[in-house]
Write a protein that binds this ligand. Structure first.
Ligand code: HEM
Length: 340
């Protein structure tokens, strides 16, 4: 997929206008929520301005090249940031290859997480230009933003930096990640544990407007109790399509289907119209339509301008989860992202 084809035709203008509106709205919302910044544990925009002026440009350049060559990386890198932050905070613990005890990346919920090679490539380059300066946790956060923003005229959200890297990675901590089969209350609880509210849950779930899921994440909805009973919260027409791609046998479990069957590579918020039409892929997506307050937010975020603004705000909150910084005197800058 080339940048021109993603942005081609009238759709480009539409997304550019929506993006611009979201940027303006995002700034207005940011100014109105200074309280969040007050509790900032030591992050800042452009943290590497003097210590490594080329840091953000390097991340953007390598990420863009890799996403251009392989568009599937946009979803992988966005999910990598989420799975890093929800387990022990945004400390790059998901990258560690330590094996005793078992590490995060070996745990079931991280089985299909990817994008590690992109982070390695960026880190290798940054260690040449600015040795020992840029954290792996910040590289993950920036790469997630740049991978998704590749479709847009400019960055879709601002990323605070200044995170440091954690020393450990434990598979046993990945229980903090919400399950694809979670109901609404379990999702709310999972997000609340991280300091995120229902608005964040609905906005961040909009990440499922791109990317893929394994059949094994979907088949429980298609063959309930190992029968042909389909989850009543799933559109029967979509269920039929999904059944053809994900037959009820173990050999199909690693096949993949698009999270957003309409526009799988566009970060466009059609996720929310999918939800309204019972076409959210995962049980956890459908669960958002089981609560009146969440439904109101879903309806609101079908407006792409509001979606981009809400997503930007919630990504900023997610990017602050339990960060290690110079201010709290925790963490370090790893020389290699895979080694503590
Ligand atoms: C609300 C709770 C969430 C649940 C239960 C959930 C669950 C899942 C599952 C099961 C998959 C498919 C994995 C597979 O089958 O291989 C997936 C994919 C994905 N998730 Fe989530 N997720 C949630 C929230 C988020 C958040 C907050 C983000 C990012 C901000 C995110 C970003 C993604 C992306 C981009 C993909 C596609 C990955 C790819 O294409 O490789 N998810 N998610």
């Amino acid at each position: 997929m080339r940048r021109q084809s993603v942005c081609g035709g009238a759709g480009w203008w539409w997304r550019a206008v929506a993006w611009w509106g979201a940027v303006v709205l995002g700034h207005l919302v940011s100014r109105g929520s200074a309280g969040l910044l007050d509790t900032n544990p030591g992050l800042a925009y452009n943290f590497y301005r003097t210590s490594c002026p080329s840091a953000e440009a390097t991340v953007k350049s390598i990420t863009s090249q890799q996403v251009a060559a392989n568009p599937a990386l946009a979803g992988r890198l966005l999910r990598l940031h989420f799975h890093d932050c929800f387990v022990q905070g945004c400390d790059a613990s998901i990258l560690l290859d330590t094996t005793t005890p078992p590490n995060e990346k070996s745990a079931g919920p991280n089985g299909s997480v990817g994008g590690y090679e992109v982070i390695d490539a960026i880190k290798t380059q940054l260690e040449k230009t600015c040795p020992g300066v840029v954290s792996c946790a910040d590289i993950i956060a920036l790469a997630a933003r740049d991978a998704v923003s590749y479709q847009f005229p400019s960055s879709l959200w601002q990323v605070e930096t200044g995170r440091r890297d954690g020393p450990s990675s434990l598979a046993s901590n990945t229980g903090a990640l919400p399950s694809f089969s979670a109901g609404f209350n379990a999702l709310v609880q999972s997000f609340a544990t991280q300091g995120l509210d229902v608005g964040d849950l609905v906005a961040l779930s909009g990440a499922h407007t791109i990317g893929k899921a394994s059949c094994s994440s979907v088949t429980p909805r298609l063959y309930q109790g190992n029968t042909t009973n389909v989850d009543p919260l799933l559109d029967p027409t979509l269920a039929t399509v999904l059944m053809s791609k994900c037959p009820n046998n173990p050999s199909s479990s690693s096949s993949t289907v698009d999270l957003d069957g309409n526009t799988p590579f566009k970060f466009d918020g059609t996720y929310y119209t999918n939800l309204q039409n019972k076409r959210g892929l995962l049980a956890s997506d459908a669960a958002l339509m089981q609560n009146a307050a969440a439904v109101t937010i879903v309806n609101d975020l079908t407006n792409p301008i509001k979606f981009y603004a809400a997503f930007a705000m919630s990504m900023k909150k997610m990017g602050r989860i339990n960060v290690l910084t110079t201010k709290n005197n925790k963490g370090k800058i790893r020389a290699q992202c895979r080694a503590p």
